[in-house]
Ligand binder design. Structure first.
Ligand code: SF4
Ligand code: SF4
Length: 454
């Protein structure tokens, strides 16, 4: 439990801290949050939606129980009965015990995956409640250390792994050479800071630091499509852990930096790397944080790859991927972003044997790595235990490859693969696409588009 984990002075409640947290709650109370805090009828239907509960059915793992930890504080502040006779309505002060419970409920055992939201007959948004609780804890400087460090490094260095510009540019040059060698074409490029390109592409820093071959895969797809694209050195990190810490100010700054980079390059659109929460942050939350509309559209690389295939800009040969493949839908893309059909459209054309896991699409279970959980080592045991649901789903497909389009999912799937001894390889969608791309590319034609559509 959280109270045993957070013994540091930083996690001790003071009157000043409590006031900061309550100020956040007051400030964030809008119609949607208020409705979610008011309308729960305690039916318990949400229990089976949550991978934590399915893996370990204890009361603390019921989504409504988690939400109740914030509701108690809300009632004490805003419910007339809660103010007068707190016990009658289960209202509670924000004391140390309440803080410890909030910590475990909002950070420790909720990946903000949104599956319970979809399955609640009353429309309670437990994900929204969890993020509000996280924001309150963050306002008190009680963000778990790893998550706090990830946000701080991003704000300080421009990316969440502190990669400096020299290393970043060198990696891009290295991958450009690798691509030229792979395709025996010295004219292929990863254009850096090109003005007025159609597309500005972003990366997850893990690609730059640990998985540069994913940069090569993306570059191969862009070159195959004949895209007018570029990457920025000003701001290029697709991630935004401010979404997970609940800190809107940090999230706004990070999203703003990307927006500025696109504006400074004068590009037509921003394409987010295969990163679930990064896509959600920039595409669906960024304009709310900024308070204005972006002057350009934002899309996911998953959507763009599907578009290239549809338009005949790339042609795939599925016989180059013969193993059985299943797809794990990242929560922030499928439930929060509406990217449902695109990965399936791609896989049916990129591999010979695509099989769905059950359930899938918007009903897909979280892998357990969402909500910034991989950065919070305090909760690893619960995270791996909750991953059993995903491991069972994967095993039942008989797949040899699990494709996904999010780095947090990739990491978590890799860990549960080892823990639950699954004989599968975990891959990014774009890797499979890059492997299946027919090269040299043919000029796009109507006949080709038709072929891709068939
Ligand atoms: S399903 Fe909705 S209404 Fe029912 S207990 Fe869960 S959150 Fe409350
Ligand atoms: S958002 Fe996901 S992890 Fe959190 S309570 Fe709901 S189902 Fe569970």
């Amino acid at each position: 439990m959280a109270e045993e984990m957070f013994t540091d002075e930083r996690f001790k409640l003071t009157d000043e801290k409590a006031e900061l947290a309550l100020e956040v709650l007051r400030g964030r109370l809008n119609r949607q949050l208020e409705a979610s805090l008011e309308v729960c009828v305690r039916c318990g239907i949400c229990a089976d939606s949550c991978h934590y509960y399915v893996a370990n059915p204890k009361p603390e793992h019921v989504p409504a129980y988690r939400a109740e930890q914030l509701r108690k504080i809300y009632r004490r502040l805003f419910d007339p009965v809660g103010k007068a006779v707190p016990r009658w309505v289960g209202a509670a002060e924000l004391d140390q015990e309440a803080v410890d419970r909030l910590m475990y409920a909002a950070f420790g055992t909720c990946t903000m995956c949104g599956r319970c939201v979809l399955n609640c007959p009353m429309g309670v948004d437990t994900r929204h409640i969890a993020r509000t609780a996280r924001a309150m804890l963050t306002a008190m400087d009680m963000t778990p250390e790893g998550l706090k460090a990830t946000v701080d490094i991003h704000l300080k260095s421009g990316n969440n792994m502190g990669v400096d510009e020299e290393d970043y540019v060198e990696t891009l040059e290295w991958m450009e050479e690798e691509l030229q060698d792979e395709l025996e074409d010295p004219t292929l490029k990863i254009p850096v800071n090109k003005k007025h390109a159609r597309v500005v592409y972003t990366f997850n820093p893990r690609e730059v630091k640990f998985f540069p071959y994913l940069i090569q895969a993306a570059a191969k797809i862009y070159n195959a499509a004949g895209e007018d694209w570029t990457v920025s050195t000003e701001s290029w990190d697709a991630t935004n852990y401010g979404l997970f810490s609940g800190d809107n100010s940090a999230a706004r700054t990070i999203a703003h930096n990307l927006e500025q980079a696109v504006n400074h390059l004068g590009a037509d659109m921003l394409v987010m790397a295969e990163c679930g929460h990064g896509y959600r942050s920039q595409r669906w939350e960024g304009e709310n944080w900024a308070g204005h509309r972006y002057p350009f559209p934002v899309m996911s690389f998953v959507e763009l790859q599907a578009q290239y295939i549809k338009e005949g800009r790339i042609t795939l040969d599925p016989t180059l991927n013969t193993k059985r493949v299943t797809y794990h839908d990242p929560c922030n893309q499928v439930r929060s972003g509406g990217i449902i059909e695109e990965p399936r459209y791609i896989l049916r054309r990129a591999v010979m044997d695509f099989v769905e896991m059950e359930p899938h699409g918007v009903e897909n279970y979280c892998c357990g790595g969402g909500g910034g959980m991989l950065s919070m080592s305090e909760f690893s045991k619960d995270r791996i235990a909750a991953g059993r649901v995903k491991a069972d789903q994967i095993r039942a497909t008989g797949a040899q490859i699990v494709a996904t389009s999010c780095h947090n999912c990739l990491d978590q799937l890799d860990e549960i693969k080892r823990h639950y001894k699954l004989k599968v390889k975990i891959q990014n969608l774009s890797e499979l696409v890059a492997d299946a791309v027919i090269w040299p590319r043919e000029p796009a034609s109507a006949a080709q588009a038709e072929r891709n559509d068939g």
